[in-house]
Design a protein around this ligand. Structure first.
Ligand code: PLP
Ligand code: COI
Length: 354
């Protein structure tokens, strides 16, 4: 089926709930817009997407999502500039990555126009929900899950693709402290770490809770084989700055190929900031923290944007990072958010007008 904005049906809410929302005090991902996009996969094909009122979903108890976790998602944001124009940031990268995840999880891929036309239609219907205040945006959550029924452990024959949106503020409140993890692993070679599969996150909750109980916000995962190399955090890719060089680990089948990460690498190149993509050992980061050459560490992701890390724990020692002025993290954050909110020229061609 050829999908355009014209053949996406729209059923609007009778009464908007927007007046109940305090846009000056938004947390992350906890209030939802009036509408959502729903698209069903049945009899071997995706049906036309529909915009409907945001509402609960009814599923059979044998739906395979409940038993086998066949579920993937994306995370993206919509921004509104001073002229009320709506912008997305590299949305086709999310669409492509959703399909990379789909393939790995034996979920049918969603065609580009279903995703893009569906998303644009939804954003136009819910445009009043896109915050304009500094640091806020509309967090967009496209996801696909197995709604098909049966206890047989095999891919479902029916799926739902949904896009739900939440006007959101910052992902982290306050300073971010991380724990370098050596016992548990997030992903393994040949596994699903590079996919945005729901189970990747569920598997992190227990070890992350143990870290939270010790006063950290997030875990920094190391490679499952030796635990000698820093990989990524729970919901962000990781950068370290040793002296004046920014370093991030290479992507692999264990690491999510973050859109923020690759944008940062391009911005760094453009700004003449020395950046290396190479394996980072835990021991070099600890040594750099001890001798003072570790200047910065930060996480990068759609939800987290660029989140400076104030300190990390390794084994039983905490290492604090210095508070520095003119940090590279701040410089990169300004450059990327200026592009996202249409406050500066976008020489990369990343901004996408809705
Ligand atoms: N790594 C993980 C595990 C994530 O969940 C995310 C968030 O999407 C990222 C990295 C950052 O990816 P992106 O910059 O595309 O949002
Ligand atoms: C995002 O940055 O969009 C993510 O998907 C992180 C999420 C797990 C909150």
């Amino acid at each position: 089926m050829n999908i355009t904005e014209q053949n996406i049906t729209i059923e609007k809410v009778k009464q908007s709930k927007i007046n109940q929302v305090d846009f000056d005090n938004l947390s992350f991902g906890s209030v939802f817009t009036d509408h959502m996009l729903v698209c069903d996969y049945k009899d071997g094909a995706w049906e036309a997407p529909k915009v409907v009122p945001y509402q609960p979903i009814t599923l059979d108890p044998s739906s395979k999502i409940f038993h086998y976790g066949q579920s993937i998602f994306e995370g993206m944001k919509a921004y509104k500039d001073k002229e009320d124009t709506i912008w997305l940031f590299r949305p086709l990268e999310n669409q492509k990555r959703l399909n990379i995840s789909a393939k790995r999880m034996a979920i049918p891929e969603i065609p580009e126009e279903y995703f893009m036309e569906g998303l644009k239609t939804l954003l136009k219907v819910d445009k009043e929900w896109i915050p304009q205040n500094e640091g806020s945006s509309l967090y967009i959550r496209p996801f696909i899950f197995a709604s098909g029924e049966g206890f047989h452990a095999s891919p479902a024959n029916e799926y739902k693709f949904i896009i739900a949106c939440a006007p959101s503020g910052a992902y982290f409140s306050g300073k971010v402290k991380v724990l370098i993890e050596e016992k548990y692993s997030r992903s393994a070679n040949g596994g699903v770490g590079y996919a945005k599969a729901g189970g990747n996150y569920a598997g992190q909750f227990y070890p992350t809770q143990l870290a939270v109980d010790r006063g950290y916000n997030q875990v920094i995962w190391t490679d499952d084989n030796t635990h000698e190399y820093i990989e990524e955090a729970g919901a962000m890719n990781i950068f370290v700055r040793i002296n004046d060089t920014l370093i991030t680990g290479p992507t692999s089948d264990r690491i999510l190929d973050g859109i923020t990460r690759k944008s940062i690498l391009e911005i760094a190149k453009d700004e003449g900031i020395k950046a290396e993509v190479r394996k980072i050992t835990v021991s070099e980061v600890v040594a750099a923290a001890k001798d003072g050459s570790l200047k910065e560490m930060f996480g990068a992701g759609t939800a987290a944007v660029i989140s400076p890390i104030a300190g990390f724990g390794f084994r039983n020692t905490d290492y604090d990072l210095p508070e520095i002025e003119d940090s590279i993290a701040e410089r990169l954050k300004k450059r990327i958010t200026d592009i996202q909110y249409n406050r500066a020229e976008d020489t990369f061609g990343w901004r996408y007008k809705v």
